[in-house]
Design a protein. Structure first.
Length: 372
């Protein structure tokens, strides 16, 4: 009886007061309606049998879809997928029991509702009604490394990489600053529209050695999962899936020197590539598209690359077999989506020349996205 009373009191309190703290004593900011304490925990979203069966839902609603094992958000009258693939599961990580059974066979209780702010008829399990406050997600330092037993439908904010992390039961998906809808661009002499900076860069380059414009270094075919951070840890354990589920730079010492085994040549093909790390509507350029830009450089070297509209930099690279950062400030190396057998194409420039060639995919190179 005590537990039931406590639950009823909590629901009543949440519907009256416009600020709620979970895992902490108070909400510090007046602009926060729901705030979570620190700790290596995430928030598990409501499960639905299928988003197609959810009616009357409002924009901003977030759920875990049991049909395709994906985390989704209702956005602009459609459901936007926040999971990178369909390899999800509903199996509980601790008990190995199907999570559907844990969730009462996914039977919906239409009366299950907790409202924070003014109580209204808006459908949902947890409804934040405030118009001048927002929810702050659980904050975790690299959740894919520190949440030991993540559950399907989990979501958290990665404080180290400054990005959203969601878990579909099998792999983590990451949404960072490159996923925002407003993307700064530049139109070049070829007539093509590109991002005006490298992925991960905080500004347009002011020189070939402007560190703030270097950005991240991606292994070919990988998504934004923290491996691209220049100081990410190094592992020699190859991945058997398209999404390793960790933020390690995966070094390879055996042929064909790829982070993935077996290889997959379709990961960066076009805007629909499974691991396309570029913002919506952008993709990794082909080698021909990069060569068309370099043909317009005033000089075929690093100076010409910087003096072009793209303002390319000498960001260096990470070595494929040990992850060591090399030649920063001396060379610029940019991946393309073009593949050649077990290798992939890149464009390279230094103080004396600018060339395109092919190399192994475990290297960490810069990325400059092009609009589709």
């Amino acid at each position: 009886m005590k537990n039931i009373f406590t639950l009823i009191f909590a629901l009543f309190s949440a519907s009256v007061f416009s600020q709620v703290a979970i895992g902490k004593t108070v909400v510090a900011s007046p602009s926060v309606s729901l705030d979570f304490g620190t700790g290596n925990r995430g928030m598990i979203l409501p499960w639905v049998t299928s988003t197609a069966s959810v009616t009357g839902v409002v924009n901003g609603t977030m759920v875990y879809d049991l049909t395709d094992k994906k985390v989704k958000v209702k956005y602009d009258a459609t459901w936007k997928d926040l999971s990178v693939n369909t390899q999800g599961t509903t199996v509980d990580p601790l008990t190995s029991i199907d999570g559907v059974a844990i969730q009462n066979a996914a039977t919906e209780n239409t009366l299950a509702k907790l409202a924070i702010g003014t109580l209204s008829a808006t459908p949902g399990i947890l409804v934040l009604e405030d118009t001048n406050k927002a929810m702050v997600l659980p904050k975790v330092d690299t959740p894919h490394l520190n949440i030991i037993n993540p559950a399907p439908g989990m979501i958290a904010y990665d404080t180290f990489n400054k990005q959203l992390a969601v878990y579909n039961g099998t792999v983590w998906s990451f949404w960072g600053k490159e996923n925002v809808s407003t993307v700064p661009t530049v139109t070049t002499g070829t007539g093509r529209v590109w991002m005006d900076r490298n992925l991960g860069a905080t500004q347009v380059a002011t020189s070939t050695t402007d560190a703030a414009s270097y950005g991240d270094l991606y292994q070919w075919g990988r998504l934004t999962d923290a491996h691209q951070i220049r100081t990410s840890p190094v592992s020699t354990t190859l991945s058997s899936t398209d999404v390793p589920g960790n933020g390690n730079f995966i070094a390879s010492t055996t042929t064909p020197n790829d982070w993935r085994s077996p290889q997959n040549i379709n990961l960066w093909q076009g805007v629909s590539g499974a691991n396309n790390p570029c913002p919506s509507g952008f993709r990794i350029p082909t080698v021909a598209e990069f060569q068309a830009e370099s043909a317009l450089f005033t000089t075929q070297n690093a100076a010409g690359a910087f003096n072009s509209p793209l303002k390319l930099t000498t960001a260096g690279y990470r070595v494929y077999n040990n992850g060591v950062l090399n030649e920063v400030g001396s060379v610029g190396v940019y991946w393309t989506s073009t593949t050649n057998g077990t290798s992939s194409a890149y464009t390279y420039f230094n103080t004396s020349n600018s060339v395109s060639s092919n190399t192994v995919r475990a290297y960490g190179f810069s990325i400059r996205c092009i609009k589709n």
